[in-house]
Design a protein around this ligand. Structure first.
Ligand code: AP5
Ligand code: MG
Length: 217
């Protein structure tokens, strides 16, 4: 969890690699549906481009279907889900049915200045979705994806109006989940302003601990 630009996607990809678990990002799944022109994408795009949340029933159905796939049977990293109390409650029910308790909920706490710097510098591959940053994580060749040679573009929701709206939506609809998970003692707060490498070490350390043990920041 964390506001837009906090580093959720960046660290979810690394953690998924470190833990050999699938990375399940609702934002990536929705963007893929948009790229492929699927009905889901057509429905989601108008919400995403203005920085609003896609309706709960759409996203919940998408995640429940994904969690039932074979590769998620021994664990997974969720990124960008849940984002509302209704989504969190439906996740609880789904995980109960699957007999898979939540181990950790990681909250990337970050400053507004950092969010603006991260989002304004972010570029993504228009073909495969890989994320770069104009100063922090540059591609080998300017404007070209290292992985698939696709062109790098700015996400349609990374312009000023949409960013402002995403931050408002986050505060109103998603931030209450910090208390929701805090009460369950599964919440770990990390400093999202840290550089990627030190934060990666902290997260690996956290995942090597059992639920409820204290976290080193
Ligand atoms: P989503 O794609 O989830 O966007 P978001 O939550 O706004 O978060 P971001 O992806 O913008 O930020 P991030 O925290 O992943 O940052 P990143 O790692 O890329 O959702 C998009 C839209 O889809 C939503 O607005 C909504 O419409 C819809 N949606 C998705 N899920 C939904 C749901 N559950 N319910 C309803 N609607 C949903 O990092 C940002 C930049 O900073 C990158 O360039 C990166 O390289 C750089 N960076 C990251 N960390 C560091 C670091 N530590 N040091 C230096 N640079 C860093
Ligand atoms: Mg992301």
């Amino acid at each position: 969890m964390g506001p837009p630009g906090a580093g959720k996607g960046t660290h979810a990809v690394l953690l998924a690699r470190d833990l050999s678990a699938p990375h399940i990002s609702t934002g990536d799944m929705l963007r893929e549906a948009v790229r492929e022109g699927r009905p889901l994408g057509l429905k989601a795009k108008e919400f995403m481009d203005r920085g609003a949340l896609v309706p709960d029933e759409v996203v919940i159905g998408l995640v429940e279907e994904r969690l039932r796939k074979d590769d998620a049977k021994t664990g997974f990293i969720l990124d960008g889900f849940p984002r509302t109390v209704d989504q969190a409650e439906s996740l609880d029910r789904c995980l109960e049915a699957l007999k898979m308790p939540l181990d950790h909920v990681i909250y990337f706490k970050t400053t507004l200045a950092m969010v603006i710097r991260r989002l304004s510098g972010r570029r993504v591959c228009g073909q495969c979705g890989k994320t770069y940053h104009m100063t922090n994580f540059r591609p080998k060749k300017e404007g070209v994806c290292d992985a698939c040679q696709g062109s790098l573009v700015q996400r349609p929701d990374d312009h000023e109006d949409a960013i402002e709206n995403r931050l408002r939506v986050y505060e109103k609809q998603t931030a209450p989940l910090i208390e929701y998970y805090g009460k369950r003692k599964v919440l770990a707060e990390v400093d999202g302003d840290l550089d990627v490498d030190p934060l990666r070490v902290i997260l690996k350390d956290l995942f090597s601990r059992k639920q409820g043990q204290p976290v080193r920041r």
